[in-house]
Structures are given as C-alpha cells and as structure tokens.
Design a protein around this ligand. Structure first.
Ligand code: PLP
Length: 528
C-alpha cells in the first residue's frame, strides 16, 4: 500500500467505522457462533501473494463481524463500559501512525512527557491527594492571583500534603537504587495496559519494600524466607486480578468477608492480620476497591487506611471503574480515605470514553516502583536519565505505546465539562432503570445504585434469576452478566452505551419483563 492508497483506504475505513457505530443497533448484541467458527472460513496458510483491499474488507463483514460481541450496542449492559469515542479513536490512529516505542524518555521525549502531563491532568480532574501528583514547579510556585478553581484545588492539595507528610514520612529518604535524589514530591502517575497490571505492579513494589525492610531489620533472613511468609489482604468482592497478582508474585492472598453493604471493614482486616502475625506470617499489602466489579460497592478506606498506616502495610486502591466518577465533585465522597493509599488505579478505558488500553496508575513513592523493577542495560541508557522520567522502570513491559495521545485528544475535545456530563448521564440513567425495576414487585434491587450499575434479581431462588439471565442472553436482544454477592445471585445491568438515553432504559426493561413473564409462567406450570 503506498501513501496514495493509504489516504483512500484510510478515509474508507473512517466511513466504515462511522457507519458501523451509527447502525450498530440493527445487529444482534451477541454473536451466534460456536467456538472454532472462524477456522473453516479462512485459508489454512497465510497468502503467498498480496490480496486486494476489497477482498480483505469483504472478509471483515463475512468472517469477523459474525463473531463480534457489539460492546458499543445500546443493549449491551454487561461488565462495565468499554470506552470509545471519535477523538480517542483518532488519537489511537495517530499513535499507530507515528509508530514510536516509548520505553524511555530518549526513545521519544513527547511520549513520556505527554503521559506525565496527562496523568497530572487526570489526577487533578479527580482531585486525587497531592501525593500522587508529579512535581510541577509552575504549579508549586504559583502566584496567588491564579484563577479561583486552581486556588481551591491547590488549597486542598496543600492540606493533603501536610497529611501526606505525616502519613508517609518514612518513605522520603531521597535516594533510589541509582542514587537519584528525590524532590519533595516523589509521587506520580503512569499509563499501564490494564488494571490487572496496575495491581500486579503495586504488589511487586510492596513486596520488594517489605522484603527490603525485613532484611534490613534482620540481615540473617533470606529473601525467600520472607517471601514465603508474606500475606496480602483484599475482599471477597475484589476483582480476581488481585488473586492472579498473588499467583504471579508468589504470595498468599486472603479474600476477606464483606459487611451487609458489601464493604470490607477495618475490624475484619484487623482480626485477620492479628491471627496471621500470631502464626509468624508477614502482612505487607491491602488491596481495597472503590466500585467492585460484582456490585459497585466500596471498601471502607478510612478504617483500612488507618490500619495500613499503623501496621506499615502498602495500601493499594483499585478504582478501575468508579474512579472516573471523581471528576464530578458530587461523587468524591466515595473516595474518602484515599489519602491513606500508597497507590491508586483507574481505567479511563472503562468509563472516560478512552479506547482500550488506558489504565492510570498513581503512586506516592515512585522509587518503590523503580526499586522493584529497574534494570539498566547499556543499550537503554541515555544522557538525560538523571533528570527525565523513564517509564520502563515503572512497570513490567519495556516497550510502551503512545497511549497518552488519545487522552489528550479526548480530554481536549470534550473538555472536563463534557466528560462530567457523560458520567452524570450514566448515573442518572442507572437510577431511571432502578426505578423501573422497583415498580415491578417481582424484582428487587441489591445494593445501592450510586454510579452507573444496577444489580437486580427476580425475588425467590437464585435459580430463577439464573434462568432469566440465560434466556435474555440467548435472545441476542440484550447482554448482561451475573455476579454473586454474599450467596445472592444477581444480574448486573451496567449503563454502557456512550449515548444511552431514557428510551434505552425502557426498552431494556421491557425485554427483561417479557422474559420474566415466560420464566415465571414456566416455573408456575412446573409447580402445578
Ligand atoms: N478491578 C476492577 C474493579 C474491575 O472492574 C476490573 C475489570 O472489570 C479489573 C480490576 C480488571 O481490569 P483490567 O481488565 O483492566 O485488568
């Protein structure tokens, strides 16, 4: 393909995508294919000779589209939203076009610097504790005549800072493995590929930190002996990626019970830590959640945070979905206690209109990451390493995509105001849907509807709701997934579509009601 053809095909592709999204509701939400459907539709071997673009595009409709689950469909209510917007798609296109691999500052300075700035922007949009924000001389030496909003934010940031200093006076020793001096701000953010990766990275950093401090306290102890005794705590409703991170990091993960609001409480954590310490185990990490996947519940960060501070445990907070809501002031009450966290993640690729992949991860002490993950071969070194950020030390991967472009395009195109409107609409629509559910006394909602997720079920046995969901998903008209909270089977209804509206809520509810009629009629018939 030469540049002339690329211009032509590129424009056609934009048309294809725009048409796909415009007419998406004419398709079934979920595909009807069986595993292995694609192999017989494609040749066994790659083509020896080049094929025409027309042929390739024909095969998209013939072979690929029948196997697509349409996540952007207005009747897609499964999981959490898959972020998508035109500015983000175009940002991804430019990222692919410039084709850089940004593992170090020198590998493409704009890639690193835009990423740092975007994490700072988003951190401030969400009013995260100041300890997570990177050092910014212009902000920190600001004149008092700056605009009102900034003054307000700075004011709360400096409040946070004094709290941070109390909480984290132990970490600012000013030196990392490479002898770099730290400034007073040693926090910052990075873009990683997924929330799972953020949680793994937090765990690896916490693990190294604990092993190092134990070894310093008792030089006769070997790393392996300490590792075998490490324990991480999380709730039963935390995402399974915490358990998986534990498998990779080779540490125990305790999944603790939640209260009647599906929240992990301090007392539960405290008792478990006490019992583990009595057994000679070494607690090192708590992974709390704001907005669990199961039912969008929130762990009690204040209670947990105080314990982490007292016990010197790393406190990670996973806000993969709910974090985006913090750009709206009215939802910030949810993050009460986040000032105790050592690290925090949220996925703009879920609920901030960014295409996958785009996970934001902030830490208070970037040296904890660098200490756990930096290696420095000659071919990656560069002359600005002392002054610049090298994100390859902040995560597992070396090569990194130019992900921040889509953030930059999308945030600027929508403005924070536009993004807030999008979040608020989803939260409003969830309430509309919940009120429809509550008007039909065959159903009940489970848990609070705070953001864009409604959990509901048919009153009665778990089996009934299970049958209902099976029937709904088989119909291809709507797609939802289940969850189990405190032994109750629930159906999760997430508001996902970018332009979801009141009609979509009513249509979804009508489909659910019709299927419930059939399920309940069948149930009554069986019981005679
Ligand atoms: N944490 C929470 C609360 C989630 O809801 C999810 C996924 O839905 C994850 C973590 C895992 O996200 P990822 O797919 O980005 O690893």
């Amino acid at each position: 393909m030469d540049d002339t053809e690329f211009r032509r095909r590129g424009k056609e592709m934009i048309d294809y995508i725009a048409d796909y999204l415009k007419h998406i509701k004419e398709r079934r939400v979920t595909p009807e294919v069986e595993p292995g459907y694609l192999r017989p539709m494609l040749p066994k071997n790659a083509p020896e000779k080049s094929e025409t673009w027309e042929n390739i595009m024909e095969d998209v409709e013939r072979a690929i589209m029948p196997g697509i689950t349409h996540w952007q469909h207005p009747r897609f209510h499964a999981y959490f939203p898959a972020g998508n917007s035109y500015p983000s798609i175009l940002g991804e296109m430019l990222s692919a076009g410039v084709g850089i691999v940004g593992f170090s500052w020198a590998a493409s300075p704009a890639c690193t610097e835009l990423e740092t700035i975007m994490l700072d922007w988003i951190g401030r949009m969400m009013a995260l504790p100041a300890g997570f924000l990177p050092f910014d001389p212009s902000r920190d030496n600001k004149d008092s005549d700056d605009d009102e909003e900034d003054d307000e934010e700075l004011c709360s940031e400096s409040d946070e800072e004094s709290r941070d200093d109390d909480l984290h006076d132990s970490i600012s020793n000013g030196e990392n493995n490479h002898g770099q001096k730290s400034t007073r701000h040693i926090g910052g953010g990075v873009l990683l590929g997924s929330a799972s990766e953020c949680i793994l990275v937090a765990m690896l950093a916490a693990r190294t930190k604990k092993i190092t401090s134990k070894r310093q306290a008792d030089p006769l102890m070997e790393d392996g002996q300490i590792l075998a005794r490490l324990v991480c705590y999380t709730s039963k409703l935390a995402h399974s990626c915490v358990e998986k991170a534990g498998l990779i990091a080779m540490v125990r993960v305790r999944q603790l019970a939640v209260d009647e609001h599906f929240s992990l409480r301090g007392k539960t954590l405290e008792e478990c830590i006490r019992a583990d310490k009595e057994k000679g185990l070494i607690p090192f990490l708590v992974s709390g959640t704001l907005g669990t996947t199961s039912c969008c519940s929130y762990d009690n960060l204040e209670e947990i945070g105080e314990i982490c501070q007292r016990e010197k445990l790393w406190f990670h907070v996973d806000g993969a979905y709910a974090g985006s809501a913090f750009i709206c002031e009215e939802y910030r009450y949810i993050m009460k206690g986040l000032q105790y966290a050592d690290s925090f993640n949220t996925n703009p690729n879920k609920w901030l209109l960014m295409n996958f992949d785009c996970s934001c991860f902030w830490v208070r002490d970037k040296f904890a990451l660098i200490n756990a993950m930096s290696v420095d071969p000659l071919y990656l070194q560069h002359k600005h390493a002392q002054k610049a950020v090298d994100y390859r030390h902040w995560g597992v991967a070396l090569s990194r995509r130019f992900r921040s472009l889509k953030l930059w395009f999308t945030i600027r195109s929508y403005g924070i105001e536009g993004l807030r409107h999008y979040i608020r609409e989803h939260c409003r629509l969830a309430k509309v849907f919940a009120s429809l559910i509550s008007m039909d006394n065959r159903f009940e909602t489970i848990g609070d509807v705070t953001l864009g997720l409604v959990c509901f079920r048919l009153k009665g046995s778990n089996k009934l709701s299970q049958k209902l969901l099976l029937s709904l998903n088989d119909s291809g008209l709507i797609h939802m997934v289940p969850s189990m909270v405190n032994d109750i089977y629930i159906i999760r209804f997430a508001v996902c579509a970018k332009h979801a509206n009141d009609d979509d809520m009513r249509i979804a509810f009508n489909i659910i009601q019709e299927h419930a009629d059939d399920i309940l009629a069948e149930y009554r018939a069986q019981r005679g």
